[in-house]
Design a protein. Structure first.
Length: 401
């Protein structure tokens, strides 16, 4: 269809498959309607508004495997200075889609049959086994229109909206007539792909039916499944494990000043676990040191560790004080199954003639539950955090409109 605007002489050409009853010039925003004589006559003129239109008349996009063309769009405003744009799209099969954009958020809608009347604004409505909550109802104002339409764009219809993110039910009520639309939030990336462009308005607010970026319920179910698997595998791999003492020895310093103490061989069976080592010595205002090597007799691999034992005490400025301890504990982590022995080199302060022994105990522990607790605490924190984040997201959604 070709239309030459009577006001600015701009010619708008577009192949439309509708019976055009209203036309609005994209250049000067003059609106025309078809009269009983089938002629277009002037209705009113709008000031062209400053709105960042994402797309223009005649632009094409692919949705649901079909190519649609924008044949018109409407810029509307509602309460709280909210403004949005509604694009009317049609394909060669004369099917319609409606793309709504507000603050960089997009909703793709289609007209549906809906028998129940919502003029009394019920709090909820049901559709396709889902319950939708009433979000808002208002009388939006037309700020600007462009393109070809088969409906009266000047009708001051009441808009009633119900949401169940990411879905929406939108009703336009004019007198006793009600038109229903069913839509779903569409991601910005999907819009870019459909129009084959990267030039779309930036996002500035939470969308009316924008879904939270993660499904909290599914996250909790996933964490529960992971938790069950962790508990089961922990039990399965460690059901026969017992704590195993591999060394309990008192080593005289004077006997091992020039050689190492070598422990008896011991064999470990089962999954990896830490080797807990406790050392103690009767140090008194002195120090002692022990150097330990865990030797894998099958691979000759050695793991070294060193620990100082220091204990000092005294009386200064009328107060007793102490520093250090006569015993220390440490772990060699992740010791797997195999045959091992320990080599130990003890030493002490040369001036310490009282202390004669250092005691070394080593236990291959029953598997520690610490890592399990840490994983469960982490999952609990994430789940609770996501829950409250989603609540904040919803409160912000309802508060912004």
């Amino acid at each position: 269809m070709d239309f030459s605007c009577y006001h600015c002489n701009t010619v708008t050409k577009l192949d439309v498959k509708i019976e055009v009853s209203y036309f609005s010039c994209p250049n000067c925003a003059t609106i025309y309607s078809r009269n009983d004589s089938n002629d277009f006559v002037f209705k009113e003129r709008h000031k062209k508004v400053d709105y960042n239109n994402a797309f223009s008349i005649g632009q094409k996009a692919e949705f649901h495997g079909s190519v649609f063309t924008i044949i018109g769009f409407l810029v509307k405003s509602g309460d709280y200075n909210i403004r949005w744009i509604e694009y009317v799209l049609q394909n060669d099969k004369k099917e319609f889609l409606y793309l709504s954009e507000s603050s960089g958020n997009f909703i793709l809608l289609e007209q549906i049959e809906f028998e129940k009347k919502v003029g009394n604004h019920p709090l909820t409505v049901d559709y396709l086994d889902k319950t939708y909550d009433r979000f808002d109802y208002s009388y939006p104002k037309l700020d600007y229109a462009a393109g070809f339409f088969d409906f009266n764009v000047l009708n001051n219809a009441e808009l009633i909206e119900y949401i169940n993110p990411p879905f929406i039910l939108s009703f336009e009520k004019f007198g006793q007539e009600q038109t229903a639309f069913y839509g779903k939030h569409i991601s910005r990336s999907a819009v870019k792909k459909a129009f084959n462009t990267s030039a779309i308005p930036s996002k500035s607010e939470i969308g009316m039916v924008e879904p939270f970026f993660i499904n909290v319920r599914n996250l909790v179910l996933t964490f529960c499944a992971v938790g069950f698997l962790i508990i089961f595998t922990h039990w399965y791999f460690n059901q026969d494990r017992l704590e195993q003492e591999v060394l309990n020895a008192s080593i005289p310093f004077e006997s091992f000043t020039s050689k190492e103490y070598v422990s008896p061989s011991f064999e470990l069976k089962g999954s990896s676990a830490p080797l807990q080592i406790s050392v103690s010595s009767n140090v008194n205002n002195s120090w002692a040191n022990v150097q330990i090597a865990l030797v894998n007799e099958n691979t000759n691999e050695e793991i070294y560790a060193s620990k100082d034992i220091e204990y000092y005490h005294g009386y200064t400025d009328g107060e007793n004080w102490t520093e250090g301890s006569t015993s220390e504990d440490f772990n060699i982590c992740g010791v797997g199954a195999g045959k091992y022995h320990l080599t130990i080199t003890p030493s002490k302060a040369p001036e310490d003639v009282v202390n004669s022994l250092i005691s070394v105990k080593a236990n291959w522990n029953a598997p520690s539950n610490r890592n399990i607790y840490m994983v469960f605490i982490f999952m609990a924190i994430v789940a609770v955090g996501m829950y409250y984040w989603s609540k904040y997201f919803e409160n912000k959604r309802w508060g912004e409109y």
